[in-house]
Ligand binder design. Sequence first.
Ligand code: PLP
Length: 387
Amino acid sequence: MAERILLCLCHMSGNEMKYINEAFADNWVVPLGPNVNGFEKDLERFFLGTDTTHCIVALSSGTAAIHLALVALGIGPGDEVMVQSFTFSASANPVKYVGATPVFVDSEPETWNMDPNLLDRAIADRIAKTGKKPKAIIPVYLYGMPAKIDEILAVGRKWDIPVVEDSAEAFGSRYKNRYCGTFGRYGILSFNGNKMITTSGGGALICPDEEAARLVTNYATQSREATPWYQHERLGFNYRLSNISAGIGRGQMTIAEEHIAHHRGVQRQYRKLFADLPGIQLHENPGPDFDSNFWLCAITFGPDIKVKGDDGCGRPEAMRRALEKENIETRHLWKPMHLQPYFADAPSYVNGVSEDLFSRGLCLPAGPYVGEKEAERVVAAIAGAIE
Ligand SMILES: *Cc1c(COP(=O)(O)O)cnc(C)c1O
């Protein structure tokens, strides 16, 4: 059996243990400490450069980061939040955590992300129906592809609604030369095991200023007041990143640029290989403003592509099974949230784009262990599974 090719496996730089050993030597095996501060500084250097207004707070997960962004914005029961439907459930679940209602908005076909025109119409319709303005807009950078964020921000400005960017998959992606996650009121990052960099589990919130960062840090540490006794004036959370995990993060930051370059290199490989396979479309940057990190490479099947073994299960599933037999891991595109049983009651504004993509797309391996040979094996297996 040929060696297994995984979708996206974590890859260590070799520097991680140095920071972890330091934490042990100094007995900083706790959810704060020098690695947390160091990791936040590393992230700020990477994402913000000379911008000294924004601040980054390291948290226990990307999901926690979205949750605290909503808490910091004062969103609660009775409120609505506009969420991209075509995404992983973690974009939408925190809206339920705060007792608010997600309102799902479909995607446009170029970036696969939130359709700004549909968003605008959906907000107008929510106000007409409920008499209230939605409290936030959560666009997502699916598979690392920048959304049409200028247009989305313009809609946010028009209605005076803050934007929270779910940049969990887009570490290092840029729109008009600026990093995704730094455009909205808040931006969230994830360092889960299979993301662009990992802390085994972790996340971060890019905050608009120091005051917001202090508020978020306070919420993340049980909302403890600065009194000698434990005093709490707000609901608190235990969402800080551990000093051990942050040590992994510091090590990962030493090779973040290499990881991103590698993923873009895998996309180039696929581009070359799929050129000989008409009918299979690789998801690409739609123009020079867009610079995806290609966290996962994704394809769609054109109308003429028939997949062997499609017994009614659909082409993506038939292809996934065929590649699994070749020991290659692939994944369906995210099943839109407006089709999820759990969110069946949530309002949604749908244009058919995410349902169409879900019915004919697939994510391909793109991680640190996918080289030239592996990409060739993946594309050969795909070619072999087409009728
Ligand atoms: C991974 C992911 C998250 C959540 O991040 P965690 O760190 O796993 O909690 C949120 N949104 C999207 C789009 C993701 O892919």
